[in-house]
Design a protein around this ligand. Structure first.
Ligand SMILES: [Zn+2]
Ligand SMILES: [Zn+2]
Length: 152
């Protein structure tokens, strides 16, 4: 079943027409600031599978942990952050914020990254994959079908 979501005011709505490639929980300082929370939950998915309706999001640029551009998209009317693009990430992909799903419980983080700035009271689930910063070896982290999809 396709996941659906949108911003707080409802002017941006979206449908994800395929499963996430992977779901990241990112504990970096940028994500903490932008979300106002301990970490973001990002659904990494090809842009062509994000069907948007309603208002076009606005964006601004941050320098990510890598020093590369991180473009953050938000609703021009209510300011909800709906997704990001990371120039360092392979493929033409978006990172959709799982908190904007109509049912945010529909996804669970596959991997926790930038745990070096994880807040001390956040307990990660036992056995979950985690990395101090970003990871480089996709084949060790990603499901085979997602690797295949990204590499086309
Ligand atoms: Zn809005
Ligand atoms: Zn982050």
């Amino acid at each position: 079943m396709a996941l659906q979501g949108g911003c707080s005011c409802g002017n941006i709505r979206y449908t994800l027409t395929n499963a996430p490639l992977i779901v990241h929980a990112c504990h970096c300082r940028d994500c903490q600031r932008v979300t106002g929370g301990p970490h973001v939950i990002n659904i990494w998915i090809e842009r062509k599978f994000v069907e948007r309706s309603g208002a076009a999001p606005k964006s601004f640029l941050l320098k990510g942990g890598s020093g590369k551009d991180h473009e953050v998209f938000f609703c021009p009317d209510c300011g909800t952050y709906v997704w990001s693009r990371y120039s360092v990430a392979p493929g033409d992909c978006l990172f959709v914020r799982a908190g904007t799903l109509d049912d945010p419980a529909a996804v669970t983080p596959d991997v926790h990254i930038f745990t070096r700035s994880k807040l001390p009271w956040v307990r990660l689930p036992e056995g979950v994959q985690c990395f101090e910063a970003a990871y480089k070896d996709f084949s060790a982290v990603w499901r085979a079908e997602s690797l295949k999809r990204l590499r086309g």
